[in-house]
Write a protein that binds this ligand. Structure first.
Ligand SMILES: Cc1ncc(COP(=O)(O)O)c(C=O)c1O
Length: 391
């Protein structure tokens, strides 16, 4: 089947955070927004058709979390990752970020240490701090352009009040799809040292050729017992605005605690459009996703070549998964504020400031390449022109 990723969708005036923010808040209406992690593609036809049918029904009263949605989730996880989960392990949530907060509250007490591996998605920091837990950083290592986990450092950090890690797999923003060996080593440490895990796998569907996403909880029954997995169709199928995500826990006490934390905020009933889209995506979105991954990877390859050939001294790091790539701007010799200013005001592209993910990424930026290839071409030529102006 052929899917269209080339048509440019005009998202201005549609209440899109990605497009509104640079235009309204930064006074840069012409800048290409390549920052927050959503895609400039329409959701799969299977999803838009299902939503249209649901809309045509006309009654939008309170939703339940139907068995058919849980089944669709379980079939997807088994089919894509060989991960066998039971429908009753699955909880619905309004997003992975709220689930990070709920998961941390469920597994730890105020004052406990919670480990994160920096640089990482900014809400990992705020979820630990805002819940009154102690932020314990186990920075990733960066060697020869590749990021890896520091297992020795992790073992040293674990103590009697630091018993949980919030894990990002695949990792945003460094783009690693962790190998079986790396996951196995992390699992060993968690078992030996009795560490519980909140595994944010929102990018799990988005992995490129030659890589395989392995759900952390699928590594074995003891690992599953200590893991709450956070997953969602939102990144994969571009339906983040429909606010429906998943918390999956085999451990009954963990899932009850997780649900209780949501109940304590007063949130209980999901959004019917989110559920409709989730079920359609997981039941019928596979062929679209396979085509999307080819398209995304072709775009990343195109950027990789262009940066190497024409944008030195900037460096582009092709990710193993996700549609987010790091760019190292330090070779230009600008200070970090001037580098950000160069991107937005001189080149006319709006990327995430690397420093928002941790001090390790000062002087880097994160580029979202989930857009038509013609837009990537435009962004690359803008960068080349602006670079010509200062080289
Ligand atoms: C690692 C990670 N977790 C969570 C989210 C957002 O999740 P949600 O929109 O479901 O709150 C993102 C979005 O970029 C992300 O990269």
């Amino acid at each position: 089947m052929n899917f269209d990723f080339d048509t440019i969708l005009d998202r201005r005036g549609t209440g899109s955070l990605k497009w509104d923010y640079p235009a309204r808040r930064l006074n840069a209406p012409e800048a290409l927004p390549m920052w927050v992690a959503d895609m400039d593609f329409a959701a799969p036809p299977a999803v838009t058709d299902a939503l249209a049918r649901r809309l045509a029904h006309g009654a939008f009263g309170y939703a339940s979390f139907p068995e058919s949605v849980r089944e669709a989730v379980a079939v997807w996880m088994a089919g894509r990752f060989g991960w066998n989960i039971r429908p009753e392990w699955i909880s619905i949530a309004p997003g992975v970020v709220p689930s990070l907060y709920a998961g941390i509250r469920a597994l730890t007490r105020p004052g406990d240490g919670v480990i994160i591996q920096t640089p990482v998605y900014p809400p990992f920091f705020s979820a630990v701090e805002a819940t009154g837990r102690r932020l314990v950083k186990n920075p990733l290592r960066f060697e020869n352009g590749r990021w890896t986990m520091d297992f020795g450092g992790l073992e040293r950090l674990i103590d009697e009040r630091t018993r949980t890690i919030v894990f990002c797999s695949p990792h945003n923003p460094v783009g690693r799809v962790w190998s079986e060996e790396e996951l196995g080593r992390l699992a060993e440490i968690c078992l030996e040292r009795d560490l519980s895990v909140i595994s944010d796998e929102i990018h799990g569907d988005l992995v490129f050729r030659g890589r395989r996403h392995i759900p952390f909880a699928s590594l074995g029954p003891e690992v599953a017992q200590r893991t709450i997995t956070l997953a969602a169709p939102s990144k994969t199928f571009n339906i983040a605005g429909l606010a429906a995500s998943l918390g999956i826990a085999q451990n009954r006490a963990h899932r009850e605690a997780f649900r209780r934390e949501f109940a304590l905020t007063g949130w209980e009933l999901p959004n019917i459009f989110g559920l409709t889209a989730m079920e359609a995506a997981y039941r019928s979105g596979g062929p679209w996703l396979d085509a999307l991954l080819e398209y995304l990877e072709a775009g990343a390859d195109q950027m990789d070549r262009f940066f190497a050939d024409r944008l030195t001294p900037l460096r582009f790091f092709k990710p193993e998964g996700t549609y987010l790539a790091l760019i190292d701007g330090r070779g230009l010799g600008l200070d970090p504020a001037a580098w950000n200013d160069f991107l937005l005001r001189k080149a006319g592209v709006y990327l995430n400031d690397g420093a928002a993910f941790g001090e390790e990424l000062t002087g880097f930026s994160r580029l979202n390449f989930a857009c038509p290839h013609a837009v990537l071409d435009e962004a690359l030529s803008r960068l080349e022109r602006a670079l010509g102006g200062i080289r």
